[in-house]
Design a protein around this ligand. Structure first.
Ligand SMILES: NC(=O)c1ccc[n+]([C@@H]2O[C@H](COP(=O)([O-])OP(=O)(O)OC[C@H]3O[C@@H](n4cnc5c(N)ncnc54)[C@H](OP(=O)(O)O)[C@@H]3O)[C@@H](O)[C@H]2O)c1
Length: 386
């Protein structure tokens, strides 16, 4: 029996790579649901190739646009908005839900999938950052499984296989440093959008690429790691590793460090999540260690990249603060991409928003959504002042 997969965010970078993996293993997986948002042309191609039963886009207008492009004989069900996303994240027949939507829009469909006890392959780190505790507790209760697609967390999951939790000394998250790591503090004040999007190793969506340039991406991953692996924050360390071949490491109480090393290819962690707990053969390109020559490591500069500090702070404060960090960051990144604020204003806007927030502890889903909404409003106000 083929496993039935629904993919949220199938028109994006992770979504497309997930479909590439599924195409290679068409005898193992079948696609039952897809969601795009605005890119109906790409979704139309995917529908023709994978023939899902349901597809979701942004609104009624995008549904009409997609319907016009589709073959008349197609009997696919077309839905829109959050309701549509929840429909496919909770599809009765779906065995695996891949969540690869950018931003907080991923939270409600992920939460609903967890409530249904699904196996979820999660790329959307924002959902785990905003509501990690809630998602993890609910998953335990409903017997759901949340597996990471992010290469760092996939690496940690692989290093921890067959290891005892109380033998972990620390988790070491590697960071490429993003596009701007070697810029001076003065140069960082005049960064253009093109500079910030020029990632040295990964080709990704714009939001995550800017997060990599501010190093907020690593901060978000620290929060993600805390919830995925139930590790105290003081045991999660970041190391700059510009070559990005080591995707992350775990140091154990006997001084041993295990690392997961592979090519810069998101299809590898995607495949690992889809087949988990099994490892399966593929023909993706192989890393040739003698061609790389050197692997280097250095300490991150928290002063030059204050977003990492803000993420650690949000995690230490807890409650709704990580949701506020995430919401303010999404607004600031969009404002930078719209040329409304400078690159160096991004951490200031997040910091100012966090300063004004009174966190609520043990938040439920409404508390988290309220905190996210509040943070967006407040951060927008700070963007206008910039
Ligand atoms: N790319 C990577 O290598 C990578 C690695 C690790 C983790 N991640 C994480 O994976 C997630 C996706 O990243 P990505 O690089 O694949 O992003 P992306 O290329 O920008 O794709 C985002 C996807 O989400 C859809 N979308 C956008 N806004 C939406 C909304 N409000 N509601 C529902 N769907 C929406 C997009 O649809 P349309 O394009 O049709 O508008 C697209 O399918 C992010 O959380 C990112 O941090 C990515």
């Amino acid at each position: 029996m083929r496993k039935k997969v629904a993919i949220l965010g199938s028109t994006g970078s992770i979504g497309q790579q997930t479909l590439e993996v599924i195409r290679k293993y068409s005898n193992e997986f079948e696609v039952v649901g897809l969601s795009g948002w605005e890119n109906t042309a790409s979704l139309k191609e995917q529908i023709s190739l994978f023939r899902p039963k349901v597809a979701v886009v942004k609104n009624e207008y995008t549904v009409r646009k997609l319907k016009k492009d589709l073959d008349n004989s197609s009997d696919i069900k077309l839905l829109w908005g959050t309701e549509g996303l929840v429909k496919i994240s909770t599809l009765e027949e779906a065995d695996i839900i891949v969540v690869a939507i950018t931003g907080i829009a991923s939270l409600i469909p992920t939460f609903e999938a967890v409530k249904k006890g699904k196996k979820i392959a999660l790329a959307s780190k924002e959902a785990m950052v905003a509501a990690g505790e809630l998602l993890v507790n609910e998953a335990k209760l409903r017997n759901a499984k949340i597996l990471p697609i992010d290469s760092e967390h996939s690496a940690i999951l692989q290093c921890l296989k067959n290891e005892q939790k109380d033998c972990i000394e620390k988790i070491i998250l590697t960071a490429s440093g993003g596009a701007l790591y070697d810029f001076t503090e003065t140069a960082l004040k005049n960064v253009s959008i093109e500079d910030a999007l020029n990632h040295p190793t990964w080709k990704m969506g714009k939001k995550v690429t800017i997060d990599s340039a501010t190093l907020m991406n690593k901060g978000l991953e620290v929060i993600e790691a805390k919830w995925f692996f139930n590790i105290p924050v003081n045991k999660i360390e970041i190391v700059i590793h510009p070559q990005s071949y080591i995707h992350s490491m775990v140091q154990f109480i006997d001084g041993t460090i295990l690392a997961q090393i592979s090519e810069h290819d998101m299809k590898i962690p995607i495949q690992y999540a889809l087949f988990y707990p099994n490892r399966t053969i593929n023909n993706f390109s192989r890393l040739e260690l003698t061609k790389i020559g050197q692997l280097t490591f250095k300490k991150p500069n928290f002063n030059k990249f204050p977003c990492i500090k803000l993420a650690y702070q949000a995690l230490e404060i807890g409650g709704t603060m990580p949701a506020v960090l995430n919401g303010a960051n999404e607004i600031a990144v969009n404002a930078f991409l719209d040329s409304q604020i400078s690159f160096s204003a991004i951490p200031l806007i997040i910091q100012n928003t966090m300063k004004e927030h009174k966190p609520k502890y043990n938040p439920n889903i409404s508390d988290i959504l309220d905190a996210d909404y509040w943070a967006r409003e407040r951060a927008l106000g700070f963007c206008i002042l910039e």
